[in-house]
Write a protein that binds this ligand. Structure first.
Ligand SMILES: *Cc1c(COP(=O)(O)O)cnc(C)c1O
Length: 324
């Protein structure tokens, strides 16, 4: 699909140069947005752009002056504040990596950014806070697609009260890069604020990008081929793989688990040695690292639905023995 799409090379800037892709995008949004309580939106290059777009709408629809997010929020949130000239206010996290609601400032003039699946630990901020600020943007770049899984959708309950939501389709919707969604609860109001007309455009250009790829076409193909059920099966499998790895780490005398995985991200380290050296001892590309409270931890992200869970578990256990 990606190859065929590349050969068509349609440009989403202009409806007349992308008749099928425009239809495909409308269809994909009409299927996915309701899972998040949103009316619709558009595709963009990634959730960095989706976060920028959501916070841009917060500024120009709701007139927010500040953006409040936890210290575990993705760097693209601070980046968006810098670009948009908004003040960025950081709130500490609790012991589980979630925004600490006790330490929230006043939110009357603020956009509250809640993360569903933080980059380092996969933690989900308290989404029942959606709606308490002037504007709520949920960064569901990583775990948003769990809304399609009956087994796990409830983890993101509350998201439907947000004003805007970002989801990276090139993460847990298994798309080629670059593919993400930005969605809005009041689509008309948001689009009015983030659109620009122009002589040569039949319709206004919506969002940050001008020319963009027809990422909706492979996404539409995936959704038709697998259905909601097929996406959910893969996500449920990856959640189980992460749980299995967590079980094995908890049983091991050589490894220490940071906490049970919320969204299939395991954070752990060898007991009494550094994670940086340990990560070098497993096959390249299997693990990454993250820094929590100034300490380096190893991080395993269950992103590949074809993963051989035993291979991952055995490689990690073997490396921890060698390391010891
Ligand atoms: C990956 C990620 C982003 C950035 O998304 P890109 O698609 O890489 O631009 C933002 N927020 C979170 C929580 C992420 O996991």
């Amino acid at each position: 699909m990606a190859l065929w799409n590349a050969s068509l090379n349609q440009n989403m800037l202009h409806e007349m140069t992308s008749p099928f892709a425009t239809e495909a995008e409308a269809l994909v949004l009409s299927w996915l947005a309701p899972y998040f309580g949103m009316q619709g939106g558009h595709l963009c290059a990634g959730s960095s752009v989706a976060n920028l777009t959501g916070i841009w709408a917060a500024r120009d629809v709701a007139g927010v002056k500040t953006v409040v997010a936890s210290q575990a929020a993705h760097l693209s949130v601070e980046k968006a504040c810098r670009i948009l000239g908004l003040e960025f206010v950081v709130v500490p996290v609790d012991g589980r990596g979630r925004l600490n609601r006790e330490q929230l400032p006043k939110l009357d003039d603020a956009c509250l950014v809640l993360t569903a699946g933080t980059t380092a630990t996969g933690s989900i901020d308290p989404l029942d806070l959606a709606g308490v600020a002037k504007w709520t943007h949920v960064d569901a770049a990583w775990s948003g697609p769990l809304r399609l899984s009956p087994a796990h959708a409830a983890r993101l309950d509350g998201v439907e009260a947000a004003d805007s939501v970002a989801v990276s389709a090139h993460k847990w919707l298994f798309q080629p890069k670059d593919s993400a969604l930005v969605m809005f609860r009041d689509l008309m109001a948001a689009n009015a604020a983030i659109s620009f007309g122009g002589g040569y455009l039949a319709k206004p250009n919506v969002g940050v990008q001008g020319t963009r790829s027809a990422a909706a076409i492979p996404l539409l193909a995936t959704l038709i081929a697998w259905g909601r059920e097929g996406v959910a099966q893969r996500l449920d499998h990856l959640m189980r793989v992460a749980d299995l790895l967590a079980d094995e780490i908890e049983k091991s005398d050589y490894l220490e688990l940071w906490g049970r995985p919320e969204t299939a991200i395991n954070v752990f380290r060898p007991v009494g040695s550094t994670a940086a050296a340990f990560v070098q001892a497993v096959p390249a590309g299997m693990l990454s690292t993250c820094v929590l409270n100034g300490e380096i931890w190893a991080r395993s992200v269950a992103a590949n639905p074809s993963v051989d869970a035993n291979l991952v578990v055995n490689s990690i256990l073997a490396a921890s023995h060698e390391d010891a």
